[in-house]
Design a binder for this molecule. Structure first.
Ligand SMILES: [Zn+2]
Length: 135
């Protein structure tokens, strides 16, 4: 097996970096919108929602969501590292090849489950468990 401690360190570091980037994005956005004049007669909730939309462009929102999703995935990976279940597919329980874990640090699904989750299964084959036997 590969070096799980090293993997844990890598994942923790990447997660930390992601957290900082996410924080920086919202921070910059908060400071940034000086050109926007907010009307003060809105309800507080509306202002807040409006502010969120004004501060981040669509592109930034997408980038933010992607980063957030990745950070969440790394959270799960770290969690399973702590429990000692890291490297096992969270869907089918199969061992995830180390090469895949190295290629995708924090991967929680084996290759076929990842593939399967993106594709609808249905090849029409029926399992023949109780095939009658004539004797
Ligand atoms: Zn699997």
């Amino acid at each position: 097996m590969g070096n799980q401690k090293e993997m844990a360190r890598q994942i923790a570091e990447e997660r930390q970096a992601l957290r900082m980037r996410l924080r920086a994005m919202t921070h910059r956005a908060m400071k940034g919108g000086s050109g926007n004049q907010q009307s003060s007669d809105r309800h507080p909730r509306d202002v807040f929602e409006q502010t969120q939309q004004d501060l981040l462009t669509k592109q930034e929102m997408r980038a933010y969501e992607l980063l957030a999703a990745r950070a969440k995935m790394l959270d799960r990976a770290l969690d399973s590292l702590r429990r000692g279940t890291y490297g096992l597919c969270q869907n089918c329980g199969a061992e995830i090849p180390w090469r895949r874990l190295q290629a995708v640090p924090g991967a929680v699904l084996c290759f076929s489950c990842k593939e399967g989750s993106e594709r609808v299964r249905g090849n029409g084959s029926v399992p023949e468990a109780g095939r009658p036997r004539h004797q």
